[in-house]
Design a binder for this molecule. Sequence first.
Ligand code: MG
Length: 272
Amino acid sequence: MKPLIPLVVAGAVVSLVSQSAIAQEKKPLGYQDTPLIPGTQWHVHDGLRPQPKVVTPGEFPSQAKPSKAPSDAVVLFDGKDLSQWTGKSGSADWKVENGYAEVNGTGDIVTKGEFGPDLQLHVEWASPMPPEATGQGRGNSGIFFFGKYEVQVLDCFENQTYPDGQATAVYGQTPPLVNASLPPGQWQTYDILFSGPRFGADGKLEKPAFVTILHNGVVVQNHTQLLGNTPHKKVGTYEPHPEKGAIKLQDHRNPVRYRNIWVRELKPVDSQ
Ligand code: MG
């Protein structure tokens, strides 16, 4: 009987190894132990939610230089300094060089100005090259309207993650219609129309927030209704807030670069 023991042990080892290889192959891209997103069959950050189809953008944007802001835009960052922003220490301390600002672990930065309720925001960003890590760890940042509602920034070029956490997702709620990501290191554009929520005098929600987004010129969110704010692993909710708010850029400790950020408040033609 003695010679059998090593064989049995060896078999067990082989079986364990192959099972862990299978587990790795099938490693879920997200969660299923999170709450269901109302109005959908999906959980928050559901790894089984279908991945958006990959679309290669056209000749857009220019890598060489940022596009020009419209004449009535409020320029939030023109590549020179972050004087329109605040940070943890009081000033915004992200590295600024060569016409861009780079996340450097000093914390989120927030606009000094407050904007709303309806906005057009243009942002250009580039994720680190060479890319590091995978999933949510690769080039993660984010743009928060009113400091609460995150449009995800993430390197999603050949990097899968849970769909409601990919680039241009309303984080934890709605994946983009398609994945129009460019490779890491390349400048990408977000053109975002954000319609802020309206609250009554009693604090009740009268109208939810909506967002439309073009990613590198491709529509990826089309008048998407927000369910509330955008927490991790939870269903967002609305808390009343003023009709104007700051815009926040997330420091997720990945050296994502930003350039050419401008905003326009959208006002009805007869009230300008
Ligand atoms: Mg983020």
